[in-house]
Each structure stands twice: as structure tokens, then as C-alpha cells.
Design a protein around this ligand. Structure first.
Ligand code: GLU
Length: 471
């Protein structure tokens, strides 16, 4: 059996959209499940979108996610170069080979001529298809044009009738009428290939066995198949994946929760949580289980269980995964990690105090930056939200609870959690308040919040003097 080889083929835009990252995850898992190779190829034929440093950025992102790139621009093997702009001669050679075979042709049409064709198509309310006029030029005319340096592109010659079949692992067999296929451009006048040409040449030359990519390429694949057939090459297996949509079911954008991997990472989402969350967005394991280590993912990944329909990005669910991975961290590791995000002014606090504070919130945060929000009342004056205020006014007993508790706290000689707990239970006994009516007023008055970690831990860290002031 041929060694499985998958490739991740991003454009170097310096931005890793989570939809792209999910594709990379699927590609990586598929390769590793079959002991194969995962290749990085940079698709920079659109030179305007290129960003400095983007390749290192992609390596960094994939490394953080725990994916080892077996071959790519920073670790070349025999299939290089891995950057499309460095492969221009290769594309040209193959484009000319197709011209030779009569499956492609030189097109010398000017921008004006094309514009005219477009206008006419518009008028007839038809999609624009190049009318093929240059495919009928005489050999002499072509040679003359080339000699005179007339700019040209090379176009693929499509069959005018019949159908082309695309076979996809997820979507099955798809039939495309050849008559709707445009004589698409393979090589542009600046000598760069189009994506439509380069992806076929590269996937073949790089021995890619499985192509995983966005569903938007599914219909286009008919044209790619015709190229494979023209060259007499074997086609890879296609796995087209449906889109990741925003929370409101429309295309992901800044407005509906779009985030790049690095945005999430800088907010304190753990790469393993992001990967675990994303892999389940559009893929379902056999077992009813949600938390997967990388090894388990590799073992369990089954490309036939990728979903046909699009999925929605859901921050709440991502938070759930991330909170899980935070809880699972060893305390020491957690402290090192959370300190990168913790921005409060701790100048007059001991390290012990800070560590204790961070630790009591370990089970209460969903992402790193959240630590600043939840610990604010330990450092600053707070104002009570309407909800808190309403609660404090909701029962006559509350004032008694607070007054009694204040006295209890004032009488503590040795400031520790045990004595604080005693103060709470004394208040309970003396006032008869219990449950929410006992804990909530104390929590609200001392921290400005309705929820939080263990009350005694919280009070201990706020300190006796400060609590008396707040009460
Ligand atoms: N460069 C293409 C993209 O980013 C890759 C598509 C493919 O994987 O073939 O959409």
C-alpha cells in the first residue's frame, strides 16, 4: 500500500482562521492514523495577500497544537520546494505539456475583449464562460503572437458535452455537466499558476493520497479531475468538509464570534482544548465521548464520520472544554501558566497569597484572561451590580445577617479559614439564616460578586481589616 500523505495548504496571510485550523487537524489525524506524512505547502500564487513571517507563524501554530510537520518549507525533503511561488517553472512545464496534448491552449484575449464577453453574458443573464475563440487560432497565428511578445494566459480546454464524475468520501458521487465548465485559466500572464492548476500539479508531484479541503472546492473538482485525466495521473481521495459557521448560522465573521487561533491563544485558551473542541466540530467519534488526548484522536479518527452539514462555532462549548483542561492541569503547571495572563498589581502581596488566590480560581475560570475579571475585587473598590443590590434588598433578614457576621469577624483573633468558617456558622445559629440567605449577602458585600470559589477561602484572602471595612 502507498504511504498515506496529506497536506495542509494555506495561503500565507499571517492569520489562522479556526476553520482552516480544523482542516489541518483532520489532515494531520488522517495521516497519523495511517502512519503517514503530514505536509505543509504554502499557496502563495496570489502574491498580494502575502505577509512577512507568515510561514513561521504557521509552523508556530501547528507546533503549539502538537502537530509535527513532516515536510514543509522549513524542513524540506525530496518533494520541495514547498512554496508555490518557487515552483513557477514546474507549472509552466506542465501547462505546455497540456498544450502539446491539445488539452489546453494559449489565449491572447485582451482585457477589453474579455470585458465585452462578460457584458454580453450579463445581458443574457448567463454566467460568464470564456467562448473558446483562442482555441481556434491557427498554428501560425499563435507563433506570430508569441514571437511578438503578445501577453497570454494558458487555458484548460473543457469537453463541451458529457459529464464528469467527482467521487468524494463524504458526499459520494457527484455528476457535473461538462457544458457548464469554463475553459479556466491555468497559467496567468505573469507566469503564476492559478490555484486551480497548481493544486493538481502539486498534489500529484508530492504524492498526496488524500485531499481534505473546504466544501467550496467540491464542484471545482470536476475541472481538477479532467486535468488528472489529461495527464493520465491517478487522482487522490477527496474529502470535502462543510463550513464552520458563526454562532448565528451565517458565515464566520468578527461580528458573530470569529476568532483566529492566536486570538484565542492570547486570551488563554489551551491549544489542546482548542484542538479537542474543533475536531468535534464536524466530526463525531463512534464512542459517545468528548474529551480526547492527541493519541486517542489519532486512534479514533475516522474520516468517514465527518459530517455533511455545516457546524456552528460556539464559544460556550469551547469554554467548557477549556475549563476542563484547566482543571486537569497540575497545580504547579497551572500557576506558571496562569501567571502569564494575571495582570493585577500585587506589589504589596506575598507570593504565597498570590498563589493561593490563583489556585482557588483554578476550577472557576474558562480561559486565562478571565482571571483578571474574577479577581478584581481583591484589588480594587467594587461597585455593586443591580442584580446584587436587588438581592441585598430582597429579604429583611439580610441586614441582621450582615451585622451579626461583622461582629463575628471582628472578634476573630487568629485569621485563618477555620475561624472564618466558625464565624459563618455562628452567624447561621444566631440569625437562623441558612443557604442562599446566609452565604449570598456575605459574598456580595465582601466581594461584589454573586458567585465564586469557597467563601472562607475568598474571605481569608481579602483579609480581616478589608472585610470589616466592606461590611
Ligand atoms: N489554499 C487553499 C485555501 O486556503 C487550499 C485549499 C486546498 O486545501 O486545496 O483555501
Amino acid at each position: 500500500m502507498m504511504k498515506v500523505r496529506t497536506r495542509f495548504a494555506p495561503s500565507p496571510t499571517g492569520f489562522m482562521h479556526i476553520g482552516n485550523l480544523r482542516t489541518a487537524i483532520f489532515e494531520y489525524l488522517l495521516a497519523k492514523k495511517y502512519d503517514g506524512d503530514f505536509i505543509l505547502r504554502i499557496e502563495d500564487t496570489d502574491q498580494e495577500r502575502k505577509v512577512e513571517g507568515a510561514i513561521d507563524f504557521i509552523y508556530d501554530t501547528l507546533n503549539l497544537c502538537g502537530f509535527k510537520i513532516d515536510e514543509g518549507p522549513n524542513n524540506e525533503k525530496e518533494y520541495g520546494p514547498y512554496i508555490q511561488s518557487e515552483r513557477k517553472d514546474i507549472y509552466k512545464k506542465y501547462a505546455l505539456e497540456l498544450v502539446e496534448k491539445g488539452k489546453a491552449y494559449y489565449c491572447f484575449c485582451s482585457e477589453e475583449e474579455l470585458e465585452e464577453m462578460r457584458t454580453r453574458a450579463n445581458e443574457r443573464k448567463k454566467p460568464f464562460l470564456y467562448d473558446g475563440r483562442c482555441s481556434r487560432l491557427s498554428k501560425e497565428k499563435i507563433e506570430e503572437n508569441l514571437k511578438n511578445g503578445v501577453p497570454y494566459v494558458i487555458r484548460q480546454k473543457m469537453p463541451k458535452e458529457g459529464i464528469t464524475i467527482v467521487e468524494d468520501v463524504i458526499y459520494g458521487k457527484i455528476k457535473i455537466e461538462n457544458s457548464i465548465l469554463d475553459d479556466q485559466i491555468l497559467l496567468k500572464s505573469d507566469g503564476f499558476p492559478t490555484y486551480n492548476f497548481a493544486n493538481v500539479i502539486d498534489d500529484h508531484l508530492m504524492d498526496i493520497t488524500h485531499v481534505i479541503r473546504g466544501k467550496e472546492y467540491l464542484d471545482q473538482t470536476a475541472k481538477y479531475n479532467l486535468l488528472y485525466e489529461a495527464f493520465g495521473w491517478e487522482k487522490p481521495k477527496y474529502i470535502h468538509v462543510a463550513m464552520v459557521l458563526g454562532e448565528d448560522g451565517t458565515k464566520l465573521s468578527k461580528r458573530n464570534g470569529d476568532a483566529s487561533f492566536m486570538d484565542l491563544y492570547h486570551q488563554g485558551y489551551l491549544p489542546e482544548a482548542i484542538v479537542n473542541y474543533l475536531v468535534l466540530l464536524g466530526w463525531s467519534p463512534k464512542e459517545n465521548k468528548e474529551i480526547f488526548s492527541m493519541d486517542e484522536l489519532i486512534q479514533n479518527f475516522d474520516e468517514t464520520r465527518i459530517s455533511k452539514s455545516s457546524s456552528s462555532y460556539d464559544v460556550k462549548k469551547l469554554n467548557w472544554f477549556n475549563a476542563h483542561y484547566i482543571k486537569e492541569m497540575a497545580n504547579q503547571k497551572y500557576l506558571e501558566w496562569i501567571k502569564q495572563y494575571f495582570k493585577q498589581d500585587t506589589l504589596n502581596k506575598t507570593e504565597e497569597w498570590v498563589n493561593k488566590l490563583l489556585l482557588i480560581y483554578k476550577d472557576h475560570i474558562s480561559y486565562g484572561m478571565e482571571i483578571n475579571e474574577v479577581t478584581e475585587s481583591f484589588f480594587k473598590e467594587y461597585s455593586l451590580s443591580e442584580e446584587c443590590q436587588e438581592f441585598l434588598n430582597s429579604d429583611n433578614m439580610i441586614n441582621d445577617v450582615l451585622a451579626c457576621f461583622k461582629e463575628e469577624i471582628a472578634s476573630i483573633k487568629d485569621w485563618n479559614e477555620e475561624n472564618i468558617n466558625t464565624a459563618i456558622s455562628n452567624t447561621k445559629e444566631k440569625t437562623g439564616a441558612k443557604g442562599k440567605l446566609l452565604f449570598m449577602p456575605i459574598r456580595i458585600k465582601t466581594s461584589g460578586l454573586m458567585h465564586g470559589p469557597e467563601l472562607a477561602d475568598t474571605l481569608y484572602l481579602i483579609g480581616q481589616e478589608e472585610i470589616l471595612k466592606r461590611l
